[in-house]
Design a protein around this ligand. Structure first.
Ligand code: TRP
Length: 332
């Protein structure tokens, strides 16, 4: 049998997932499962580079894993695991740290941004965050790494480190490629439709969480900002609020923009919003129900994550052994 190509990606467990995560990342990850050997990771080691409340981090890690499964990540077909369950991530990071220049890390845009935002907590872990990410990827010999625009610089560093190590010793790491998915629908804030919907937006009404009840979803969509006109037409420039609701409706129903325009021709925003609200609620509800079931039964979730961690370790250890041997560590 031909070996399937390997995909690895991760999410930092920093908040409740939104409908934007579903369309931006998760839906894609679910599709990739059939074609690739997929490793999906909850990056809790990355999370602690920012201040965390321990109980909160623990809860978010499990919530995120449950939401992955509820959204369609199949833990039998893919390997779903928690980063800290696989000690090889930290071990390889140490080795890679010794191959990374201070300058390379200081140039990282995300490091500079985060240092500015959290000037009270510029820790060494934050500095070496991209090296940990490189270890995540290289341990699994990943061919492709689905990432957002903001992570592309980290992937470039990963490629450089892989090549540097391979060149210094001998072929050890697969040099990964970024996987830029076809542009998924971008979901904007319900209250400020010029801005991307973000889980950290302080205006709660602007976000649809995957944990929202049907009533919450319907209510938020009813209160969403539209514009002064009355026609349902797709015009992102002049009618960003309506365009965003149309995008949500498209995601929930599969209808095209022109189908949506004719469906609501001559009807007002009121009718439109209530139809969008009902459809989005219907779309989210099976995901939320499965999520609630998993959270209510932690044993099932624990079993899945333990087995994912073991599968991941098996692969990770193979790579780490090679690395340890090449750098000259004694192995008995
Ligand atoms: N740093 C990534 C983010 O914030 C999450 C992440 C950690 C990741 N390790 C990874 C993504 C490895 C891809 C591959 O989005």
């Amino acid at each position: 049998m031909e070996q399937r190509k390997v995909i690895l990606s991760g999410v930092t467990p920093s908040g409740i997932l939104t409908i934007g995560h579903l369309t931006g990342a998760l839906t894609n990850w679910v599709k990739l499962q059939n074609e690739y050997d997929c490793y999906y990771m909850i990056a809790d080691l990355h999370a602690i580079t920012a201040k965390q409340t321990p109980a909160e981090l623990r809860k978010r890690t499990l919530d995120t894993a449950a939401m992955f499964i509820a959204s369609g990540i199949d833990p039998v077909n893919s390997t779903l695991f928690i980063q800290s369950h696989v000690p090889e991530h930290s071990q390889l990071t140490w080795v890679l740290n010794t191959f990374t220049g201070m300058g390379e890390c200081s140039r990282m845009t995300q490091f500079k941004d985060k240092s500015r935002q959290h000037s009270e907590n510029i820790n060494v872990g934050l500095f070496t965050y991209p090296v940990l990410m490189a270890a995540d990827i290289l341990l699994y010999q990943a061919d492709l790494v689905p990432v957002g625009e903001d992570q592309k610089q980290h992937l470039e560093l990963t490629r450089n480190l892989a090549q540097r190590f391979n060149h210094n010793y001998s072929d050890t790491f697969k040099v990964p490629e970024p996987y830029i998915p076809e542009i998924g629908a971008r979901i904007m804030s319900l209250q400020e439709p010029e801005k991307k919907m973000s889980k950290s937006d302080p205006i709660q009404g602007s976000i649809i969480f995957l944990t929202d009840t049907d009533e919450q979803i319907v209510g938020k969509i009813k209160r969403a900002v539209t514009d002064s006109g009355s026609e349902v037409i797709f015009d992102e420039e002049n009618k960003p609020g309506v365009a965003n609701l149309m995008t949500l409706y498209h995601i929930a129903t599969g209808k095209s923009m022109s189908e949506i325009e004719s469906e609501f021709a001559g009807k007002g925003y009121g009718d439109f919003k209530s139809q969008v609200g009902d459809s989005v609620a219907e779309f989210i509800s099976p995901i939320r129900d499965r999520y609630n079931e998993l959270i209510a039964n932690k044993d099932e979730l624990a079993k899945i994550l333990i087995s994912g961690g073991e599968k991941a370790r098996h692969t990770a250890l193979r790579t780490l052994r090679k690395v340890y041997k090449k750098v000259g560590f004694v192995q008995f």
